[in-house]
Every structure is written in C-alpha cells, then in structure tokens.
Design a protein around this ligand. Structure first.
Ligand code: FES
Length: 584
C-alpha cells in the first residue's frame, strides 16, 4: 500500500488520529505521532483504543489534590477495564492559600489551559480531576468551551481533626479559632496547637465551603458519576468513584456524549436548587455564572433569588449548620439530598452516564435514618441560603448568605465606616482610634474583579479589634469582593458594579447611612443622587491597568461578578437563553 492509498487518518477522527499536528500530510503526522508515543513503550493495539485523557492537577503546592496519584491510577484502571487508553497530562493547579494575590486571579488562566490542552491533544473524552475551590469551576469552564465528552472527578474532602476533645475542620474552625485568638480568648500556644489539627489529611476543606459546594454542584449538573461528590479523599469509596469515572469516560467516548448534552439550562437550574439547599458557598454563584456563560446561558439573578425564596436549606453542614462533609457522606451523600429535593428538580436532565437524573435517582439506595440532611418538612432554614439584593448601592445586584448570618442584622440601618481598599483596611481596622461601634456598617471598596484585582475573599472583613474584645461577633459588612465559602457572618458580597469601575460603592463615605433589608432584598446608600453625582465629579474613578502579561489581559477583559468574572472573549459568542429558564 502506498502512502496515498491509505485512508485519511483525520477523517476517522478518533483516538490517536484526532487533532493531528499540521505538517501538510495527515498520514505523516499520524506516523510521526505514533513513532514518538511508541518511545514510551506503547503497542499498536493500545494506540488503537479510544483515548481517555486525565487532567493531572497534583502539585506539591496543592494538598487539596494530595491524592491525585491514587485517583489517576484508579481512573486508569477503570479506563482499561472498559477497553480505553488512559493518558494523563498536567494542567495548572491552584490552591487557595498558595495563590498570590488571590486564586481567583488565575481561575480563568486555568480554564484557558484546560480548554486549550483539550483542544490541542488527541482525546475522545477527558476526566477532569479537580477539587480545591477554583479548580472545578476552571475545568468545567474550559471543558464547556472545548465541547468534547467530559466527566468531573473531585479529589474529595479532608478528614476532620480533634483539638482538646473538640472536632475541628478547615476552614470554618480556622476562622473561628483565629477570631478567638484576636479577641484574646485563647493564647499563642493554643492557636499553635489547633493549627496542627485543622487539616487532618489531604483533600478539600471539610465543611460546605466552595470546594464542597462545587463538588455537589458538579454532581447536580450531571457531570460526575452518581455519588461522586461526597466520598472523603482518603477513603476506598473515593477510589472506587475514580475507577467508575474512568469506565464511564470510555462509555461517553463511544456514545459521543458531549458536554453540551449534559450542561443544559435544566441542569443549571438543578445546580442552583442544590446550591441553595446545601447552604452552599456564595462563590458558586460567580462560578456557575461563568460556566453557564461558556454554554451561552445568562444567569438570571432575579430568578435565582426567586428559587432562593422557594428552596429550603436542608443540609446541616458548617458554616450554616453543625456537621462536616464526611458526615454528609455517611448520611448517604447527594442521593439523600436529591431525594428530598426531588419535587424541585428537572428529572429529565441528562447526566454523564447517558441516563437522566431521574433514571439515576430511581437506582439510588433506599433512605435510612440520619440527621445530616433534613426532610423538606423540617428544614434548617425555610428559605434558600443565598438572597440577592438590589438598590442604589448595587444596581447590578449583590448577594448575602442569610443562612450563615445573624438574623438580628438582616433588617438593619447604620452609619458607614468606609475603607477605600484592602491596604487601608489592614492599616486601620485594629486601630484604637478607629471610630466604629457595633451597630455601624463596615464598607470595603476596591476588592472586586478589577479592583484588587482578582476579587479576593477579603469580603469577610474582620470585626475591629476593639469591638471583638468587647465580645462583638457579627456586624453588617459590605464589599465588592467575595468571601470564603467556609466563612459566616452578616456579609454582603459581590456588589455590582464594583467600585473600581465607577460603581456607586466608590462614592460611599464614612458617616453616610446605609440600609439593608433582606426581607425587601434591598441595599441602599441613604445619600441623594445629586450628592453622589457631585462626589463623582470631584473624584472620578480611574480603572486600574497593567503594563504587560496576564494581569494586563485580565484587567482589560475581566467581566463583573454578574457575568461570572470570566474574560469577555471566553464567554459564548452568542447567548441563547437564561438560567433558570423563564417561567410561563
Ligand atoms: Fe483547597 Fe479549601 S483550601 S478546598
């Protein structure tokens, strides 16, 4: 057979023949590719199989992904059991505490890395191994844009530790103990002791923080195998989930079950219901918006708020409740939660198994007695965890996690104590001279997508030291930034538009009065329009810029929180609907 007699490998477009390097001769491209891969010892028989790629996000800087080697081994086993060829490849890995100035700055970079390496390399399906807060959103964003069959595998939660007889876990207890240390309630020896216990193993934070929230959302979206969200990182259950994920990826490749068939408008609404019912992280609103934006869906914050009014919080996990992720897993995990949420779910939404959510739920094991997931008739909180606020301070919306806030502060008017930026807050918040009282409202500007930049989790503004020492535990705090999903308090976040692009927040001054009404879903600066216009004329806002590199790209193209803080050029070229879909 002469080279010209051979079938065009690009036409087959499967396995190793996919996405050939362009030399102007497809036959030669495949010949060369096989020659190189055979240098690693592969046979033609192996290279004829469907290729299942696996993102390797293991990193010494990312203990939340510390089990990545075992997971990759198990995924590979599952792939080979199903007759596929597993190929792992590295991408960016991001850990919350090792990303300066904030992990959110590089979420979009990781999504671009994920998307472009999926596009660049031959694969029939991809297994996305993520876990720490920004990794799962980044992977789902990238895979949504790449468009091939994709399945999410999360690393799983860490174990809880024990400090002097008290069960502790990252990172709600990290913040609680640090707050006690700041207030002088515990000494330096004790804060050092508890530091050893807060993270008892590899894996993601053990409460319903952003990582756990995104794990549950990934399963609700239909992007994991059933039961994929909750097994802790170091358990046999987690390894079995990894093996099943590999096997399922081969089936997806054979069925050409592409991600657009799973990430439908109904799937996003299911994810929103789950977010609300688990008292999930506020960050997930931004991430879901970004993922939906890649699929051409606008998240409708008004409709999200409506879902919030309808959907009770059922999961009793910190920071809204008392338990940890390992308890949720023992209580049956997502199967138990979805059973209670069934009346609110779109059961015909497709999942990565090729079956609908309803079909998968019909196969769930029977219910049993447990006290972590409440029945809908006896919720933790009658309304969803997250409320959306509007007003002259947030014309584009702001959010508050009411399930983790002080109910007494949900209707509150107070005097503003304003910090212009993060540095200003760091320098003054603990000053004995700070003019602040417990019923004031603390405002922090310029920590939005462009302001910081990167929209850091600095919205969890500490209680000023002099008030903390008087026993003040909570105050109304307002910013254009985010807060960790593990944090709690009466904290208004994601004020849009942010101060750095000239949002009304930029014109708030110390001494102004602000009114928050969660019942009315309102957030208002009690200053006249004329006065705000006068302030704007006297001190116009200049948007931040950068001279070069990724930061320049970021500042030129990042969108506001209501568009997911994604880059404008990465969102779908045309929007095709809203999520949740409008009701008749
Ligand atoms: Fe990685 Fe919390 S720091 S999940």
């Amino acid at each position: 057979m002469t080279p010209s007699d051979r079938p065009d490998p690009a036409a087959a477009a499967q396995g190793m023949s996919k996405g050939l390097t362009q030399y102007g001769d497809a036959g030669f491209s495949l010949f060369l590719r096989k020659a190189f891969i055979k240098g690693a010892g592969y046979t033609d028989a192996a290279l004829d199989k469907p290729v299942i790629a696996i993102t390797n996000t293991g990193s010494a800087y990312n203990p939340c992904h510390g089990n990545a080697p075992q997971l990759i081994e198990a995924v590979k086993r599952g792939v080979m059991l199903a007759g596929g060829l597993p190929m792992d490849f590295p991408t960016i890995s991001i850990h919350e505490s090792f990303a300066q100035p904030t992990s959110m700055l590089t979420r979009n970079l990781m999504s671009m890395d994920t998307e472009e390496m999926i596009r660049a390399q031959p694969m029939d399906a991809v297994v996305l191994i993520g876990g720490c807060d920004k990794t799962v959103p980044a992977q789902l964003m990238g895979a949504a844009s790449a468009g091939i069959p994709a399945i999410q595998l999360v690393t799983g939660s860490m174990l809880t530790g024990s400090h002097r007889g008290e069960r502790v876990g990252a990172c709600t207890d990290c913040r609680r103990y640090w707050g006690r240390f700041r207030a002088g309630e515990i000494d330096a020896d004790e804060i050092a002791d508890v530091n050893d216990q807060l993270v008892a193993s590899v894996g993601t934070c053990s409460v319903m923080g952003t990582a756990s929230t995104m794990a549950c959302i990934a399963e609700a979206l239909g992007m994991t195998v059933p039961g994929g969200a909750t097994p802790p990182a170091v358990t046999a259950d987690r390894i079995r989930v990894a093996e099943r994920t590999g096997t399922q990826a081969v089936a997806m490749a054979r069925a050409r079950l592409t991600i657009d068939q799973v990430l439908s408008a109904k799937a996003f609404e299911n994810a929103m219901r789950v977010l609300l019912a688990i008292g999930g992280s506020t960050n997930a609103v931004v991430h879901l918006t970004a993922i939906a934006g890649r699929m051409g869906f606008e998240v409708d914050l008004k409709a999200l708020d409506r879902l919030g009014r309808e959907t009770p919080v059922l999961l009793d996990l910190k920071p809204s409740g008392q338990f940890y992720m390992e308890d949720f897993h023992r209580a049956g995990g997502m199967a138990t939660l979805l059973r209670e949420l069934k009346p609110w779910l779109h059961l015909d939404a497709m999942t990565v198994t090729g079956r609908t959510l309803g079909q998968e739920m019909a196969e769930h094991p029977p219910a049993f007695a447990q006290n972590v997931v409440r029945p809908a008739s006896n919720p933790i909180y009658a309304q969803g965890g997250i409320a959306v606020l509007w007003g002259n301070l947030a014309p584009g919306g702001a959010i508050i996690k009411q399930s983790a806030a002080d109910p007494a502060l949900m209707e509150h008017e107070g005097r503003a104590v304003v910090f212009d930026n993060l540095q200003d807050m760091v320098e003054r918040i603990d000053s004995a001279d700070l003019d602040v009282e417990a019923d004031d409202i603390i405002v922090l500007k310029n920590i939005g997508p462009k302001g910081a930049p990167g929209m850091p989790e600095a919205g969890y503004i500490p209680i000023p030291l002099k008030l903390a020492r008087r026993g003040v535990k909570d105050m109304v705090r307002i910013s254009d930034g985010r807060m960790s999903g593990t944090a709690a308090g009466s904290i208004v976040l994601h004020v849009t538009p942010e101060a750095a692009v000239g949002g009304p927040l930029a014109q708030a001054r110390s001494g102004d009065r602000i009114r928050l009404s969660v019942a009315a879903r309102s957030l208002d600066l009690l200053v006249s329009d004329e006065e705000l216009a006068r302030r704007q004329a006297v001190a116009p806002v200049r948007e931040p810029t950068a001279d070069r590199g990724y930061r320049k790209l970021y500042l030129q193209t990042v969108t506001q929180a209501d568009q997911g803080a994604d880059f404008d050029f990465l969102r779908a070229a045309a929007m095709r609907g809203k999520v949740p879909p409008e009701r008749a």
